[in-house]
Design a protein around this ligand. Structure first.
Ligand SMILES: Cc1cc2nc3c(=O)[nH]c(=O)nc-3n(C[C@H](O)[C@H](O)[C@H](O)COP(=O)(O)O)c2cc1C
Length: 202
């Protein structure tokens, strides 16, 4: 089992996969790691569609501007935000956090007011706002996948509307990313990163 540091340092975006399938138990573990991610007000708006069917994976690759490697992964996880789930989860989450005393009453009142405001915002605007919650859950999956020797590549370059049409999803679903996962058939060198001092703001 890798340490968190090792998983972070050894992770690469993998775009070539072996044909080997992924045991269902591993997929369950990956979803479980997503479930444990933090989220604003503990709203947990992430939802995932596991795609194994070749024809559906091909459609996803096409919706992602023909990034063909997507269809070659044994599974693709379509990572989404559930907008109504977020609204409901925010209300109950604030309530719970207040009740257990994790947040001050003063903050509960502010958050309740913000939650009300959210209901007046359309799904087009809410989706991108919620996406950061899902992104954290995605990174949990990506890092946990390393424990099973699995590689992945987060995909944002896609026509989200086309992805939604594949599954017949309503405007309640905001597609955050595609995540093809499989056993790596390539071992890329570490990509360039900014130096530490370059990521500090004066
Ligand atoms: C939000 C996000 C969107 C990305 N979208 C794509 C994509 O559409 N296609 C792709 O091949 N890689 C995509 N990547 C992978 C990046 O290119 C990659 O993370 C970056 O080049 C650094 O390489 P590394 O992940 O191997 O360290 C994306 C990564 C992130 C985090």
């Amino acid at each position: 089992m890798l340490t968190t540091k090792e998983a972070i340092e050894k992770r690469r975006s993998i775009r070539k996969y072996k044909a080997d399938s992924i045991p269902d138990e591993y997929v369950r573990e990956l979803l479980d790691s997503a479930r444990l991610a933090p989220s604003g007000c503990n709203a947990q708006p992430w939802r995932f569609k596991i795609v194994k069917e070749s024809d559906v994976k091909a459609k996803l690759a096409e919706a992602a501007y023909n990034q063909a490697f997507i269809s070659q992964a044994p599974i693709v996880i379509v990572c989404c935000a559930d907008i109504q789930g977020y609204l409901d989860g925010t209300v109950s989450g604030v309530q719970d956090l207040g009740q257990i005393g994790a947040i001050e009453d003063r903050i509960v009142t502010i958050l309740k007011g913000k939650a009300k405001d959210l209901e007046t915002i359309g799904s087009n605007e809410l989706g991108p706002r919620i996406a950061s919650n899902v992104a954290i859950a995605i990174e949990h999956i990506v890092l946990r996948a390393r424990d099973f020797g699995l590689g992945s590549c987060c995909i944002r370059l896609m026509d989200e509307q086309k992805v939604k049409e594949i599954f017949g999803w309503s405007e309640n679903v905001f597609v955050v990313a595609l995540l093809p996962i499989g056993y790596p058939a390539e071992f890329p060198i570490a990509r360039k990163r900014l130096e530490l001092n370059a990521i500090l703001i004066d």
